[in-house]
Design a protein around this ligand. Sequence first.
Ligand code: ATP
Ligand code: MG
Length: 412
Amino acid sequence: MTALQPVRGTRDLIGEDFRRMHHVAETARRISALYGFEEWATPIFEDTGVFARGLGDSSDVVMKEMYSFQDRGGDNVTLRPEGTAGVCRALVSNGLTQTNLPRKVFYAGPMFRYERPQKGRYRQFHQIGIEVLGSAEPLSDAEVIACGWHIQQALGIAEGTVLEINTLGDAESRDAYRAALVAYFSAHQDRLSHDSKIRLEKNPLRILDSKDEGDRVLVADAPVIGDHLTPAAAEFDRAVKAYLTRFGVPFRENPRIVRGLDYYSHTAFEFVTDRLGAQGTVMAGGRYNGLVEEMGGPATPSVGWAAGIERLSMLLPEAPAAARAVAVIPVGDAAEGPALDLLQALRRAGVVAEIAYRGNLKRRMERANRIGARAALILGDDEIAAGVAQLRDLDAGTQETVPLAEVPGRLS
Ligand code: ATP
Ligand code: MG
């Protein structure tokens, strides 16, 4: 029979690949907890409406990237392409929109988008993300960004990324800006890509985000939002940047960064790198003041970001090392029982310990070396009689006799 292969755009995470991904998620979990974020896990699939409403039907994701299907009961469901819509849906469905606001949520898990697979772009990928739900204060924007930056520092990758930030202003600013964009792009409509002609109708801001080369040439000379901000929106932007400076987070202003949906406002940002080729955005976020309402909840101003775990993993300076075991090696039948006791005593003391399921001393030593064990504990008849074990340091090649009761303490 032919061997089966994973589906295009999906990957098995084994060995170093798994450790990199796990290290990114664990680091983000630990650092976000320091900022008071609580982890939530929402379902991997939702009613399609959650994402159609959450992302807007003009977004690339909804137009062409969603894994949507009808289940056996006829319900239209979608494998989640991102995490924010589900978190907002959960806030509403669990009746959490009125109590303990702001809620600070962290999540991590797989996401699914039907995209052309390439380096740093997969059909099943993984994201970490944080959301502050229910705060309209510019300090929350800055704290969310500072937390993302702190995570990148803890991963040792902050030197290779740059924070680019923009403001989308409030509704009034954006209406004025949208009008200016429509006027500009309409005058050059014949040069727009097919997708951007649709965006011009549905959501002109999205054109600024287009990856089409021709569009990008036009975008370079397009009007900028800064010229259309109301005084209040300009003040919000100033406050966010002042807090970022206070937090010591360096940033660069980039007027081309947008989130194309109506409920996005004020802060929009991306952490970008030149170390991943075309897939240069590692973390992206912004303020979304209308999304919880889209989910049927009350007005709940919110801000957050999501980051691709694969892309962060690729930036790690080195792969986290695997834990190294201690190999317990009984010699002779009588030693097996005491060796198993010692094995479990080690594990209970927090020491990674392994025993080969069979084999003589030579075979077991070979296995210890193959799994990269840091030490071997050899127990024969003489050792059992004396209540000791031979402890061999497999890096140094030295060996000493250690009383059994002291072994776990010595190795933990
Ligand atoms: P891109 O411009 O790269 O398509 P995006 O704007 O679609 O990104 P977001 O929806 O903002 O991305 O998702 C946040 C982050 O998730 C991205 O910055 C990236 O790190 C990661 N990401 C998005 N899509 C993929 C994918 N298909 N494979 C791997 N990582 C992804
Ligand atoms: Mg995309």
